[in-house]
Design a binder for this molecule. Sequence first.
Ligand SMILES: C[S@@+](CC[C@H](N)C(=O)[O-])C[C@H]1O[C@@H](n2cnc3c(N)ncnc32)[C@H](O)[C@@H]1O
Length: 266
Amino acid sequence: MGDAARRWRERQSARGLPEHILRAAPADPWTHDPADFAPPVTPADTPSRTAARALAERAAAWGCGGASLLDVGCGGGDAAFAAAWPEPSPVARIVGVDRQADMLAVFAATARERGIPHTTVPGTWPEAAADAGRHDVVVCHHVLHNVVDLPPFLRALTAAARPAGGVVVEMLPEHPMAWLDPLWARFHDLHRPASATADDAVAVLREELGITPEVHRWERAPRLPHGPAWVARRLCLSDDRVPEVEAALAGIPPRRTDAVTLVWSP
Ligand SMILES: C[S@@+](CC[C@H](N)C(=O)[O-])C[C@H]1O[C@@H](n2cnc3c(N)ncnc32)[C@H](O)[C@@H]1O
């Protein structure tokens, strides 16, 4: 394993929560609520969407039907539907992979509602790659910061994309929960180490796969509900601490809204 992959692994591993905090947590601080990930009726116009549609157009021009798109860690399918919706779109078929079955249910329900041919693959990437198959475009949004061993994850994304298309990864410049680090110190006396960054991910791509992706940096609209009750759960605190969390939130900078899109072809 090279230096960049080791740095990613160390930084991600170091952000795990101590056992005693997890044991005392009133609710699982990690699980995402599918309701927060329902794709919007009108997709946001982002560099990730532009890149996925451009790759799909290029791939569709090579074949006779429209392009197929694989969304890894799809959640409700925000990335897939941004590329495939609204019609007309160069994307003819979408496949969602996620380890949370309730996320796949939102993905499938939305695809049915919009009449988009689709398949869901329950499982964890990269182990689920064999079931997901190869596609013209592979998108993976806001998943890399869940991954510790990045090289096999990125290799499987790349191998899943056909050469006429490519891969689009969207992520935040640092761990999505890094903005709460001052509150971990305040409520648990837990001093979190530096987060893995998007630059670290680019370094792993270069080092392990010999790929230099296009890098787009941009601002996105805040989406998740970051109110005090939501934050208290993330911090493993009970509901009666919500007023304290609310007061503490007023004293820290808000979550960053800049995002990074990485694009490459196999
Ligand atoms: C932050 S959400 C992002 C969802 C969606 N991509 C979006 O941008 O709205 C992360 C999703 O990735 C899934 N996930 C995380 N790691 C995964 C893995 N290794 N394999 C499959 N799914 C994963 C989670 O279950 C969750 O649905």
